[in-house]
Design a protein around this ligand. Sequence first.
Ligand code: PEP
Ligand code: MN
Length: 625
Amino acid sequence: MILVLKEGITHEEKDRIRSTLRGEGYLVREMSDAGRSLLGAIGEATQDLDFFERLAGVERVIPISSAFKLASRKMHPQNTLVHVGDAVIGGERIVVIAGPCAVESREQALATGREVKKYGAVLFRGGAFKPRTSPYTFQGLGEEGLIILAEIREELGLGVVTEITSPAQADMMMKYVDMVQVGARNMQNFELLKCVGRMGKPVFLKRGLSATIEEWLMSAEYILSEGNDHVVLCERGIRTFEPYTRNTLDLSAIPVIKNLTHLPVVIDPSHATGMREKVSPMARAAIAAGADGLMIEVHHEPDKALSDGPQSLYPIQFGQLMRDIYVIAPVVGKQLDFGYLEKAKAVKHMNATRGDGDRRAAFLGELGTFSHKACTQYFGTDVRAEPMSSFAQIFEAVKRGDVDFGVVPLENSLTGSIHENYDHLLEYDLRIIGEITLRIMHHLIGHPEGKIETIQRVLSHPQVFQQCRQFLEQHPEWELVSAKDTATAVRRIKEGGALSDAAIASKVAAEVHGMAVFQEGIETNPRNYTRFVVISTRPFENGPRRKSSLIYSTGNRPGALFETLKIFAEKGINLVKLESRPIHGKPWEYMFYVDLEADIESPSFRPVIDELEKRTDYLRVLGSY
Ligand code: PEP
Ligand code: MN
């Protein structure tokens, strides 16, 4: 059961409740939800609920009716984040685990590891103890395979995941790997579950071939009840009557799991389908359905694989799939980050060299704004998001070194460029070191006790009203009140307390302030994306450099702009953006803002820069990222 505690509860009252619960034989967990303190109590019911409801400091008691308790979302309303190597599973960045079915040799594992890393995998998989249907097929390299996995981690910097098939392997696993997998065939091997619970390493728990979701969550409960919270669930297909695929991928498990539990869910389309050409369509669908990640079998030479070759992707197919996921993820509010590992490494390096271990990124507005989301999606949990009240303040803070990074919007797909930030880019001597694009979905948000019919005033940022015009035109009686940003709008209606007030903002803003979403997705055009850039005083050392941004001005003579563009055309450099901005104090003269698909600062493009310098009056490379 969950005990919701009164708002002004004293420490003494809380301690007394805790010891009463322990006295009754309950395991007690402390939690919070939207700022409220909760106590979770797990164990056999000894008293009626009223007994607990009468304890001083308790507001109400919510029973947990499901068989699984620690795994229940009621016990832990926020998503659990599982840290493995440099990756975090369960956050807003998709984690892709890839590698061969089995580690066959050092060369095979390294060759495949290099390929999957190149295309954006952040964890490496490979079996050393293989649970094969036939005792006459390849059983895995055993400890030698684990040693190879540890070498992969050293050499490539990828965390490694492998299957444990017996508690006798626990010591070896502790020594060599970052996450242990409990395979489908062992999902109800309770001794093994208890063992991995006690190991304390992250556990990748596959769903059994014929397990119900409840049975699967009860297996997770075994691990959690040993005190190990680092559990990732993996749907890998269940046995049905359908013979055209190896198993049947239960994609509907994703929303079911998301509702029932706080644990992350990853999809394995390789074992689910058993056929290479079916893997990518199912992987794409899984991301669209809300999976936190994917486990994909990839082999550098699938035709020679000692196990599961027919379902293993060729590296190039894996690369294509990753590009698809990169496009799909923002539609469902997530990201596939090709710079994931470099970024984590760079931040770690900064922590090590500067000592304080506290990296910060400034964004505009309050918690729950889209800028905040851009910040947390770009950096994950490695960097603290620091709210600021103006764009100029963000640029100043980065320049002074008060923060390490700034995250600022540059353009929206519907309303165009945010010119103020272009002007700041010109004014401040800072670098663009990354970019992130978010889908902007607006929701009508109000008080949990309010309703849409009684709304009189709606608060939001003026640009948001513009983006929701069609919806707002259906309610001409509503007074539109401008707010600094979307999250501020939600905070103000909460503080004001009037049930006739509503706000337009993101779902996160509603969650942060414990408010209700009355209507989802009220923006006129659902293809509403904002591109943010990350600014800093220096670039990431080994970050991805797919794109570059430049600013330049040319003389006011015929063909001046054309001459610069010709340089890019002749070198086959793709231009993805070209925009002009008036130069302050020089009427009718313009600066050009250019984005290119090339690492313009690499030595091979030096001649391009030299040529550009000759044909421009002013030239600055804002960054390659
Ligand atoms: C595997 O991941 O290689 C494996 C054997 O998976 P499953 O347990 O899902 O069959
Ligand atoms: Mn396999």
